[in-house]
Design a binder for this molecule. Sequence first.
Ligand SMILES: Cc1cc2nc3c(=O)[nH]c(=O)nc-3n(C[C@H](O)[C@H](O)[C@H](O)COP(=O)(O)OP(=O)(O)OC[C@H]3O[C@@H](n4cnc5c(N)ncnc54)[C@H](O)[C@@H]3O)c2cc1C
Ligand code: FES
Ligand code: FES
Length: 1186
Amino acid sequence: MEVKDLEFAVNGERFKINSVDPSTSLLEFLRSNTPFKSVKLGCGEGGCGACLVLLSKYNPESEQVEEYSINSCLTLLCSVNGCSITTSEGLGNTKKGFHPIHKRFAGFHASQCGFCSPGMCISLYSALANAHRSNSSGLTVSEAEKSVAGNLCRCTGYRPIVDACKSFAADVDIEDLGFNSFWKKGESREVMLKSLPPYNPKEHLVTTFPEFLKKKKKVNNCLDHSRYHWTTPFSVAELHNILESANSGDSLKLVVGNTGTGYYKDKERFDRYVDISHIPEMLMIKKDEKGIEIGAAVTISKAIDALNEESKSSYIFKKMATHMEKIGNHSIRNSGSIGGNLVMAQSRKFPSDITTLLLAADASVYMLNGRKTEKLRLQEFLGMPPILDSKRVLLKVEIPSCTALSGDDTDLFFESYRAAPRSIGNALPYVNAAFFALVSRQEPSRKGVMVKKCLLAFGSYGGDHSIRATEVEDFLTGKLLSYSVLYEAVGLLRGIIVPSKDPEYRKSLAVGFLFEFFYPLIESSSRICSLDSGEKHSNGHVDPARSLSFLSSSQQVLESNEFQPVGEAVIKVGAALQASGEAVFVDDIPTLPDCLHGAFIYSTEPLAKIKRISFTENVTPTGVFAVLTFKDIPQEGQNIGSKTLFGPGLLFADEVTRCAGQRIALVVADTQKHADRAANLAVVEYDTKSLEEPILTVEDAVKRSSFFEVHPMFYPEPVGDVMKGMKEAERKILLAEFRLGSQYFFYMEPQTALALPDEDNCVKVFSSSQAPEYVHSVIATCLGIQEHNVRVITRRVGGGFGGKAVKSMPVATACALAAHKLQRPVKIYLNRKTDMIMAGGRHPMKITYNVGFRSDGKLTALELTMLIDSGMEPDVSPIMPRNIMGPLRKYDWGALSFDVKVCKTNLPSRTAMRAPGEVQGSYIAESIIENVASSLQMDVDAVRKINLHTYDSLRKFYKHISGDLDEYTLPLLWDKLEISSEFKKRAEMVKEFNMCNVWRKRGISRVPIIHQVMQRPTPGKVSILSDGSVVVEVGGIEIGQGLWTKVQQMVAYGLRMTKCKGSEKLMERIRVVQSDTLGLIQGGFTAGSTTSENSCEAVRLCCAILVERLKPTMDQMLMEKSGSVTWNMLIQQAYARSVNLSASTLYKPEFSSMEYLNYGVGISEFAGGGGPYDRKNRDFKIRYHL
Ligand SMILES: Cc1cc2nc3c(=O)[nH]c(=O)nc-3n(C[C@H](O)[C@H](O)[C@H](O)COP(=O)(O)OP(=O)(O)OC[C@H]3O[C@@H](n4cnc5c(N)ncnc54)[C@H](O)[C@@H]3O)c2cc1C
Ligand code: FES
Ligand code: FES
């Protein structure tokens, strides 16, 4: 057999690699060895879709090209030998012209920070290409919606993304598409259609398979395994020989899609990989009247297609296919194999859906064991000791056909269930189940049904592998179904399902599934209820295969010409660039070959002395350059990694670690992979002798009086006399208690920084931060150098949500320390696990309250105690009392008193997380209102309404920030929304629906909000260049919120005041550039929802200065010239007259406008549950007014 080099194409470009570490992923290669940076590393686990690429494979026999999306973070480089890869910039780019997908993503406002967008575009492209190949009528709306089901977006919200996708669907009703910048509301269908960037499959399905690869594909190209440590057998016999001849000392790994590493990170390095995805026997799909055989290397996608084709002969197969469409996402199913899934379930207790389905379908497997091939029932296979020894190989699965079993008086039922955090896309089930039942109708009434046979499989419930509940099966077999029989069966099942985690919840799910399956067979008379939607349900049982439309929307934007272009719905600056993946994030900045990479070693103990840091077996792992701890901080510097108004935070733990997750050291290595691996291999020796017990709960903190001080400025005053209010109360709820948990930010771009040492003791740091000014000053303090020696640059941030404010500082500081000490460029790109462990996230808290109220629901007094878990450092936690009390005061509580403790515990410090305190404050208020309503058995909406503030009570609760009477618009909004949403009618319909339906339930809720806005000083700088183009700098950071776009609009508006000809078209001449802490100082934090507003005001002031400076030139020119003056003429003349055309300012809000109240009302309507635990059939509507 001819031995070939590893060769493939990326965006048509040829890549030939001489040798490579076989564990190298396609993503690592693309990001480090090619200019194609659209492939982003979000999770590295197949869970986010940021790394998607299109894989094209050529079949020399059929001369056909097969194309599908794959996760480049999981795909091993050697497995793409002979393939062609297309990334988002390969579809279109700035030079070639953007692809219609990019253009429509931009126009539908479907890309905020843009980190997820290239992956989204690939998903959509792949769906379009597939639809084009398999269906001449093109993509359907349902396919378009599902195309991005496996892609996470943390900023944009899926509505605009799905609108962009649906715009390509052949059956789309164009009027259903939401707000966009292509057409205005009310325009005709023809105009709308014409305004969309054109898409023509012949022209825009652009991927072509390179000729040089077609030639390569004509031979069985097997890589030289001495160079690549990668072997590709082409038959079972060859595979057997490879396994036999493997040195006993060699570690060997069988791979198909390698998606298993998304769940189980390989700890050890393997000496050799054996790619079993080219063995015909393992790739076959054979169907006959006996059933279907599926080779173990067949991908889940191909298995689904085959099972779907079988639907005519066996509806079980169709049901299985429907369930399997919920496994992972498109790309995982495109590369993950059936065999890989089964082996993971068998050997590593993976919570598999496939094993549960196959158990209920009575499937068997064939296994290669030495030279022998064994056939085993699936339950036998699952019950064996783990087979992951690379000696035994799963060859195929056999699923029998059961159609012959049903007859005149027998019926066959098959149903499967899964409860997961999300109904479609990337969520492993909490519990799954699949049931097969053969039942006979009993004569003479033919009303009852007898169970002749049943197979009841349950899986993924946090126990071992999937199981059959044989005791329940035996109990039910031969019985006439009745409620008492079912009740006994449920009792038996409760003893069989023994989950290791959340046992009650998971047991109740399993029981619910069983009940849901058999219940309709008992209830012969079906209650049919008519819904407003016109749907009909029998016993509330909904066909899970029913295709639902997931998202629809409408949005209204009020525009006025007065401040044009401010407020216009323009395309976000750089949106198409983000979609094509050319937008540069910190990790996309090309690095020099001598760049080193860092990874943190963090503590696993909450409170302990650190005795020693070493590596496993005392061997320094490959590639390690240095391990830096607090001892490496220069003498003139300080061990500081962050700072806020409330004090500094440590960069590294010193002698003692104070929480699990605290940074102990930074490993610096030649590659990020080596640094991460070394950090994993680190061994930290701890000593807890003579230390107190760690404080791990707020109750512990109270016992030991461990609190952070809160300045009175951040501790609002109580309102009214609570004792009096309690006396006036006719009813009371006393000592009610509840807790709120924490939450992780999940910015799609992990924390990252790149530091470059510079001449004369300087350092330049690129940081993905919401607070570069603070990063700057922390670095200078840590290194003990003057602030003018440091320069921090932030162009854009791939999502922040508060997590890239304080928490970005230690990452950039550690990076700067390493670069400063080693005098080499250093980059840190946190892996998702480290990021999550160190992040801290939202503040968890415990709330206890007493509330007094009258019988009509009017509140008289609220007394609150709050214990906030702030972790080990103050961070921004002392602002929490203020932030919680802001929205909580949205109701007139009569009187309000509170005791808020900011607890210091041995946990990672919590920080500002998307509306910090606001979310909790609003939640607390609503929980109390709900509790009051339920204790009075009143409609909660009525309790809310009666407690809305009057202007007088508003002043009592919010004092000077209440504004004037006419500014208090909340009651108006409350009534307006009631009319526009037909709230009362809907609430009645909800009541009626709930009375009629057993399983599906609806709810409707109207909630007010009062948001206390606080403005902060913000700098801005506007400079006009000699050609009339304009460059703008602002303190605010573009984190996806569209700050640059709003600033650009404001500058265009501001400079329009020169009134020269053509100045209304200035938008495209303005560029907002990256934040540079030496170029524009005092940038502050980008947070609190006011940075865009403040940055706009700063640049408006700059424009006013420039307009003033340009005025004499303009007047002079108007006097000298009879015609009008154009913008370019004005600027040329101003340059000739040496007018200063750069203006900067620091906008300082006036005291009177520093804080103000914002009001909003939202209505949400929810319908859910085809069964009590079913997340399949849900409907959610939100309507709001601000
Ligand atoms: C993000 C994500 C979401 C997922 N969601 C779900 C889900 O919802 N439900 C679900 O059921 N699964 C889910 N999975 C699991 C997925 O189905 C499996 O990862 C996939 O099927 C494994 O196939 P593979 O070809 O990639 O296996 P590989 O990763 O190549 O192999 C997995 C393991 O099995 C061994 N192996 C593979 N084939 C054989 C064989 N024929 N004989 C012996 N050993 C073999 C390999 O050596 C390896 O140890 C998810 C996975 C990911 C990454
Ligand atoms: S799926 Fe690959 S990086 Fe998240
Ligand atoms: S735009 Fe999707 S993650 Fe930011």
